[in-house]
Design a protein around this ligand. Structure first.
Ligand code: CA
Length: 225
């Protein structure tokens, strides 16, 4: 059986067109016309991929993406955003929130299908290894690999350990002492000062996403929960 795609789109004509084309390409389709219906369907039978229109009545695309990424059972399902115009702000926000890719309307069916196939392949290649996910950030400790919205980020061992610690428990504040104790490497010394330097470097490497790495004055650091 082909991969199951959940099409979330409030405009019936567009939804029909996508369904017809995806079905012809061998996919099995399910449809939802608003965010809440999509959430219920995703929970009832998790699809392999979600095509998510950004402008929806009620719970909009961004709201639905947030709900999906906050649910450990649904968070791994890749989401491709469908945006009406090339609304850069929406795209950036969507990718930061964990969307796998985006397609701007009007789109060609060939492009849409190619993007879907590429994302599904990426999922198959991903090893079933311990993975820490925090919104668009994915950390695979076994491989010391970190990606933000699918883009590799080069981190030092210390930076990786620190980021993994903070991302494994968003919202929790760690003191410098706790960070030193939890990330101490065998071959590299960690001091309070080194933690501060790593935080600065991480914020720089994470770009706009780095704003989520918060300083709690007089206490320590946390990832925004
Ligand atoms: Ca729409």
């Amino acid at each position: 059986m082909g991969n199951m795609i959940l099409i979330v789109e409030d405009e019936e004509a567009i939804r029909d067109l996508i369904r017809i084309n995806l079905t012809a390409a061998g996919f099995v389709c399910d449809e939802a016309e608003d965010g809440l219906q999509a959430l219920a369907k995703a929970k009832a039978s998790p699809p392999d991929l979600i095509l998510l229109d950004w402008m929806l009545p009620g719970l909009d695309g961004l709201g639905l993406l947030r709900r999906l990424k906050a649910d450990p059972a649904l968070a791994p399902i890749p989401v491709i955003m469908l945006t009406a115009k090339s609304e850069e702000g929406d795209i950036v926000l969507g990718l930061e929130m964990g969307a796998a890719d985006y397609v701007t309307k009007p789109f060609s069916n060939k492009v849409l299908i190619a993007r879907i196939r590429a994302i599904l392949r990426r999922g198959e290649e991903e090893p079933a290894e311990e993975t820490i996910r925090y919104l668009a950030l994915t950390l695979i400790p076994g491989q010391r690999r970190a990606t933000l919205a699918g883009q590799e980020i080069a981190l030092t061992c210390g930076e990786f350990d620190l980021l993994a610690l903070l991302c494994s428990r968003p919202g929790h504040v760690y003191t410098r002492g706790q960070i030193v104790a939890r990330t101490k490497g065998e071959d590299y010394p960690v001091t309070d000062r080194a933690v501060d330097v790593q935080i600065v470097n991480l914020r720089r490497k994470l770009g706009a996403f780095g704003e989520r790495l918060e300083t709690v004055r007089g206490v320590g650091y946390r990832m925004r929960g």
